[in-house]
Design a binder for this molecule. Structure first.
Ligand code: CP
Length: 311
């Protein structure tokens, strides 16, 4: 990876080598969580949409790296509420911070922000489009639990239409010969552009409307997702599909021994609480991995070298 500063707005722009470098860095930070690598640097976290994990793990990452954090978690407390444009907000914050982490409800907002400033932008989620830092912690979690990324069967369940985490993960996996099983209602099926992406990259996939024992039995990873209520224009449409797929402990009897269940969280009803104590449940550890993955992303985006990343 280049040692110069750069934005991280889309996993689709990352090479296999960049992804592998971020994974090596994640492993390094899991072993060495506290340092002074960001001493004297300021990171801004601008969250125009709600967040628990992404914002707090980015802020933990900065704190553990010895840097300082400014920002807002509620745009209504910023001058956005007075009509300030995103363009002006980004230009202002670029005066104060060495790196900007941004979550925005508009697809493409992070890319656009990266074009109006030289300060690196890290995309913390833009509408239904991308969530590349989530993808890095997902990949790190898959690698840790499976010992490899190559040749895995990954079953994605739930809201595959609006779920930006599944869109980003699908794109990143193109380097690792995955087989995908997409389980969703017709209303929330994986969009055609991502199915086309699979076909163009020689990725095997099947679409299912039933979350069947056969699908569970062949999965190495089950990636559950929340139905994204905030993306529905019509609340009645949300009510129709919100509880279609719930993973329960009783469904795991057919699972392979290596199966792990991931979920970007927050969950609503899609994983029953009785799964939490099962050995297959990995979603809380997955969220913990977010700190290491985000330490990796921040240092890499700022062009900060770290030791031992080739091991
Ligand atoms: N996974 C995720 O993006 O969670 P938050 O919305 O809580 O940040």
């Amino acid at each position: 990876m280049s040692s110069s500063a750069h934005s991280f707005v889309s996993i689709a722009q990352a090479s296999k080598e960049q992804i592998e470098e971020l994974l090596r860095r994640s492993a390094y930070f899991e072993q060495h969580p506290n340092s002074e690598l960001l001493k004297g640097r300021v990171v801004a976290t601008l969250f125009f949409e709600p967040s628990t994990r992404t914002r707090l793990s980015f802020e933990t990452a900065v704190n553990r790296l010895g840097g300082r954090v400014i920002g807002f978690s509620d745009a209504s407390t910023s001058s956005t509420s007075k009509g300030e444009t995103l363009n002006d907000t980004i230009k202002m914050v670029a005066n104060y911070a060495d790196l900007i982490v941004m979550r925005h409800y508009l697809e493409g907002a992070a890319q656009w922000a990266s074009e109006v400033t030289d300060v690196p932008i890290v995309n913390a989620g833009d509408g239904a489009n991308q969530h590349p830092s989530q993808t890095m912690l997902d990949l790190y979690s898959i690698l840790k639990t499976q010992g490899r990324l190559e040749g895995l069967t990954i079953t994605m369940v739930g809201d595959l239409k609006y779920g930006r985490t599944v869109h980003s993960l699908l794109q990143a996996m193109k380097f690792f010969r995955p087989k995908f099983r997409f389980v969703a209602s017709r209303e929330l099926a994986m969009p055609e552009e991502y199915l086309r992406f699979c076909r163009e990259n020689g990725i095997e996939y099947e679409e299912h409307t039933e979350f069947s024992p056969e699908v569970i039995a062949e999965s190495d990873i089950i990636y559950m997702t929340r139905v994204q209520r905030e993306r529905f224009a019509d609340p009645l449409e949300y009510e129709k599909v919100k509880d279609l797929y719930t993973l329960r402990k009783s469904m795991l009897g057919v699972a392979k021994p290596n199966l792990k269940i991931l979920h970007p969280l927050p969950r609503v009803n899609e994983i029953d609480r009785d799964v939490d104590s099962c050995p297959e449940a990995y979603y809380f550890e997955q969220a913990r991995n977010g700190v290491f993955a985000r330490q990796a992303i921040i240092t890499d985006a700022l062009g900060i070298e770290i030791p031992d990343t080739k091991h």
